[in-house]
Design a protein around this ligand. Sequence first.
Ligand code: SF4
Length: 272
Amino acid sequence: MANKPKLAVSACLLGQKVRHNGDDAEFKMLSRKWSEHLELIPLCPEVGIGMGVPRPIIRLERKDGKIKLVNPKNGEDFTDRMLEFSEVQSDLLASSGVCGFVFKKDSPSCGVERVKVYREDNSHAARDGRGMFTTVFTTLNPHIPVIEESRMSDSKQAEHFLACVHFFHEWLITGKGGWNARKIIQFHNDNKLFLLSRASASKRMLERLIFDLFDKKVNPEFIALEYMTEAQKALNTLTSKGRITHAVERTVGQFSEKLTKDQTKKIIDLHL
Ligand code: SF4
């Protein structure tokens, strides 16, 4: 398929033997099935900072109120190297047109949620952290959808994430050559039903956001970025079947004069 959306992925999930013990953690559904529809871009932050394979196990530690990335065996601190690498790579990925990122669960570099953070005295690990690379990537790019591979084993979560990736891809295509007011409104109009089906309150919220920023004569590039950031935030919650059905009914309603009752029913049933 021409012009497939680009999806960054923790390299071990794509079968690369980059884990600390020289192993991989291949997520075959992604590496073998979806690779037909997506351009997959592997990245291993720990190899990226020069740790090599095999390498010592590292972990997140809370020290003087700050999170550090360290080797617990000898105390070597990788925080600065990882932060620097993450900033540069996050910017490069965003400017290369990446439409989403699938991260490896539980990793101190790549995990998205509930990653273990140890106290310095080694006594206790709270599962309240986020991998260091992921923290930087999501802070710099709150408008790009991310997910852990474990969530993608659930077909509903996988479908919703890929829909958000596709939405983002459309936004990139529309914004090629620069954003202006006409393109922003057109993009919103083209995606109204998508928003309605996935996060119904977001449609109005985004309309208000756009027109408020137009009134303030804000630069269209900034408005478009704000639009996508708020849209992805709203899309963070999984949609329900009822909302999708409602949106499909509204879409079908627009063609009611051209469709027979049977055809209308068939289309709606397809989405139930
Ligand atoms: S989880 Fe991240 S850092 Fe660890 S091996 Fe996979 S890609 Fe590399």
